[in-house]
Design a protein around this ligand. Structure first.
Ligand SMILES: [Ca+2]
Ligand SMILES: [Ca+2]
Ligand SMILES: [Ca+2]
Ligand SMILES: [Ca+2]
Length: 92
């Protein structure tokens, strides 16, 4: 699991999301990639609103169009994505 810029987003995810594997803040807006990665409402914080959006996508289950909520990119929204979200919650 390579993460050379130590932003909490592994290279495989950085490439998939168009982020930079050697930059903690790929788009330079001051919000680290590790937060943006799971910040579903794009307000710069990981909070209950993001969890709410995530839960809505989870109910859809097997979906290939859950925008942003399939953090691991495996085509479904589930427990592994929740782990990605929860592990970043305290990074705020
Ligand atoms: Ca990284
Ligand atoms: Ca990065
Ligand atoms: Ca950023
Ligand atoms: Ca948010």
């Amino acid at each position: 699991m390579l993460d050379p810029d130590k932003d909490g987003v592994i290279n495989a995810y950085e490439y998939r999301l168009g982020m930079l594997p050697n930059c903690k803040d790929s788009d330079g807006d001051g919000i680290p990639d590790g937060i943006e990665f799971v910040d579903l409402d794009k307000n710069g914080k990981i909070d209950l609103a993001d969890l709410g959006i995530f839960a809505e996508h989870w109910k859809e289950g097997q979906c290939y169009r859950c925008p942003g909520a399939d953090f691991t990119g495996n085509g479904t929204v589930g427990i592994e994505d929740l782990l990605e979200l929860s592990s970043r919650w305290l990074m705020n």
